[in-house]
Design a protein around this ligand. Structure first.
Ligand SMILES: *Cc1c(COP(=O)(O)O)cnc(C)c1O
Length: 395
């Protein structure tokens, strides 16, 4: 079977792991074994110990490698485990240029953990290539890109940044959590490693915490394999299976959620109580064109700013449908408050310097009927508006 010629949604189902070669099972078997019997002293088999390699994890790793256009994939116990393990490619004295509105956990890891090991960093607005170049130092070994970024959905030019990195003999890593390989293929754009919190769209059901990465260059892949085995933050087999199952419906889920996100973004953009909407699918988005060029869609996450924190509280109190939670990329719509949730580990002055205000909310569109969601949002905004007016009258 030549899966290379299939389109994305077909590949999700018809790949090397469509059926189990031993039994014909139409679901990847879960191999709980931690260790594997070796036939004799001279010839050890492919599998020896499950931290190093396990058939269930291997299936997931091969599937993600295939979808991202890599030669090898790796599954980790969380998105942060995948990210942290790949950062271990760096050594003492190295320097990183990193997206300034990066995921809060990555921010914490770089500023509070890596810094203790003599790895230095500079945050840059990655939408500005001049700033990216200026941030680079002679010992820069990595450009770490998150695009669209979290929570402001800024779009960085992966191809150009990878070129800047290549000139400096540095790596480019891209956190592709918001896009998934369905919408964006960083390895094809020149990135060395593509990373995922598979907790989000890839598994999609708010029922598993997992991380993935994929690599094109076999030499680099060997280094990541060595680190995965050395550090040991591998994904358990039950969770590998859950991610494999979630992946099968990625295309329909993301496609539908994206339609809903676009509708909600337009609705919010035209609502007088909403100060600003950040969504790369809106023509008003500063990198609307770039997003169109490097990705197959704007994704299903958007963020928006209300008048102030008081309006935010009234609004979220009145809202009925979305789950109010950390996380994104699930079947149910998820509303989160970056300043107090995903970005709480970033000091307040840093947040405000990056434009992450206290009245910013992030929405990950789920699979509810879009009109039900818009109705809910409309009602909750009216509730917030009423209280705003009452407050002004009282003053
Ligand atoms: C959630 C998330 C992570 C971290 O992943 P975990 O699975 O929670 O460890 C990293 N990057 C982005 C963009 C995320 O949304």
């Amino acid at each position: 079977m030549n899966e290379d010629c299939y389109r994305f949604e077909t590949k999700l189902l018809h790949n090397k792991h469509k059926t189990d070669p031993v039994t014909g099972a139409v679901s990847v078997p879960i191999h709980h074994a931690s260790t594997f019997h070796q036939k004799d002293l001279e010839s050890f088999g492919k599998y020896d110990y499950s931290r190093s390699l396990n058939p269930t994890r291997e299936a997931l790793e091969e599937v993600i490698a295939g979808l991202e256009g890599g030669t090898r994939g790796f599954a980790f116990s969380s998105g942060m485990a995948a990210i942290s393990t790949c950062f271990l490619l760096l050594s003492q004295g190295d320097h990183v240029v990193i997206s300034e509105d990066v995921y809060g956990g990555t921010y914490r890891m770089v500023t509070e953990v890596l810094s203790r090991y003599g790895i230095d960093y500079t945050f840059a607005d990655m939408t500005n290539l001049e700033e990216v170049k200026e941030a680079a130092l002679p010992h820069t070994k990595l450009f770490y890109v998150e695009t669209p970024s979290n929570p402001l959905l800024k779009v960085a030019d992966i191809k150009s940044i990878a070129e800047i990195a290549r000139e400096k003999d540095a790596y480019t890593f891209v956190d592709n959590t918001f896009m998934t390989p369905q919408l964006q293929k960083p390895l094809d754009l020149g990135a060395d490693i593509v990373l995922h919190s598979a907790t989000k769209f890839i598994s999609g059901h708010s029922d598993v915490v997992a991380g993935l990465c994929a690599v094109k260059d076999p030499v680099l892949a060997e280094k990541v394999a060595f680190l995965q085995n050395s550090f040991g933050a591998v994904l358990g087999v039950q969770d590998c299976w859950l991610v494999l199952r979630g992946l099968k419906t990625l295309h329909v889920r993301l496609q539908q959620s994206m339609i809903t996100a676009e509708k909600i973004a337009l609705f919010l953009e035209n609502h007088p109580l909403v100060k600003k909407v950040h969504y790369p699918g809106l023509e008003s988005h500063p990198q609307f064109k770039l997003q169109r060029e490097q990705a197959a869609g704007p994704g299903a996450v958007l963020s928006f700013e209300l008048e102030d924190e008081d309006a935010l509280r009234k609004f979220s109190d009145a809202l009925e449908i979305p789950v109010f939670a950390v996380s994104l990329g699930a079947v149910e719509s998820i509303l989160s408050w970056p300043a107090r949730m995903s970005h709480a580990s970033m000091p307040a002055p840093e947040r405000s310097r990056r434009g992450i205000s206290d009245s910013l909310l992030r929405l990950s569109a789920g699979l509810e009927n879009p009109d039900d969601l818009i109705h809910d949002f409309s009602r909750a905004l009216s509730a917030a508006e009423r209280t705003c007016h009452t407050a002004r009258v009282k003053l």
